[in-house]
Design a binder for this molecule. Structure first.
Ligand SMILES: [Ca+2]
Ligand SMILES: [Ca+2]
Ligand SMILES: [Ca+2]
Length: 297
């Protein structure tokens, strides 16, 4: 069991709001579409890493996890497991939009009868997800033709934000307002011989910008590397450096891990794509740190 429980957002709290981009009225408000088509989670998968508890199990357990029935009738395009409240348990967002005309919308003479709501699921850590879409904020009141979703900490404040692309509509920037109420650790994993002399370059928001030079050489993100966050008195949290995941979208390749109320990390273990394993200690929390292949222990 973790040493301390993360704070939960108050019921009714708006977890995510639309950021600088304007909010316009939806084509039709809410309007749950008629149940048709494939369930968004018909092929439910575990999230990246080893933390089975985060997903409520593997394939075939969607119904028991509370995901299958809740997502049936939606077509998910942009999807990711991400820790919206940094409590160490991966939550789930799906950005939906149909590819076949929704008959109820067509009958209502909707000019673009493909729009669907986004869905947001909270992971309480007990193997079953909670549909918290109604508490998600203004962005979740919109019904749009969602396609891409890019996940990353766009404002470098320690929680994951989302950029949503819509077919025939405006993009949306979903700014996370609750994640950095908990502790977190941010890591950028770079390959050997691509960076300069520094072993660890820290700082938040002083983390190196993606694709920029560092120490005179161009950096390369080690996509596919797996990261274990080892905490005294708590389970190891495994994540993976990745930019893939959603349709026509690229995620922030940095690894951001919510720590809940844990105020330190014992060690960070990295399994590089080539198979080598290294560890670092004394990595600060609540900021970003760059780890270079070949300079761990
Ligand atoms: Ca969470
Ligand atoms: Ca953020
Ligand atoms: Ca934030």
């Amino acid at each position: 069991m973790p040493a301390a429980r993360a704070r939960q957002p108050a019921r009714g709290h708006r977890a995510v709001v639309v950021g600088p981009l304007p909010v316009r009225r939806p084509h039709r408000r809410r309007g749950r579409p008629r149940r048709r088509g494939a369930a968004a989670f018909g092929g439910c998968r575990r999230p990246p890493g080893r933390d089975r508890r985060a997903a409520g199990g593997g394939g075939g357990r969607c119904a028991r996890a509370g995901l299958g029935p809740a997502s049936r009738g939606y077509t998910g395009f942009g999807t990711a497991w991400f820790d919206i409240d940094n409590d160490g348990l991966l939550d789930l967002l799906t950005v939906n939009g149909a590819v076949q005309t929704i008959e109820a919308l067509r009958r209502a003479n909707d000019p673009f009868p493909l729009h669907q709501r986004k869905l947001l699921f909270k992971n309480p850590g007990q193997g079953r997800f909670e549909d918290v879409t109604a508490r998600g904020g203004a962005a979740f009141e919109l019904s749009e033709v969602g396609r891409g979703a890019a996940f990353g900490d766009i404002d470098n404040d320690g929680d994951e934000d989302v950029v949503v692309a819509n077919n025939g509509g405006q993009p949306r920037l979903l700014i996370n307002n609750i994640g950095n109420r908990n502790h977190w650790i941010g890591l950028r994993l770079v390959g050997a011989a691509q960076v300069g002399a520094q072993n660890i370059v820290s700082g938040s928001p002083g983390a190196p910008k993606l694709g920029t030079s560092e120490g005179g050489s161009r950096t390369r993100d080690m996509l596919g590397a797996r990261v274990g966050i080892i905490r005294e008195g708590g389970p190891t949290l495994w994540r993976r450096a990745r930019s893939d995941g959603s349709y026509a979208s690229a995620n922030d390749p940095r690894v951001l891990v919510g720590l809940g109320q844990f105020t330190s990390v014992s060690r960070v273990r990295v399994v590089w794509p080539g198979g080598a394993t290294e560890e670092w200690s004394s990595i600060p929390i609540d900021r970003y740190t760059t780890l270079k292949e070949g300079e761990g222990k």
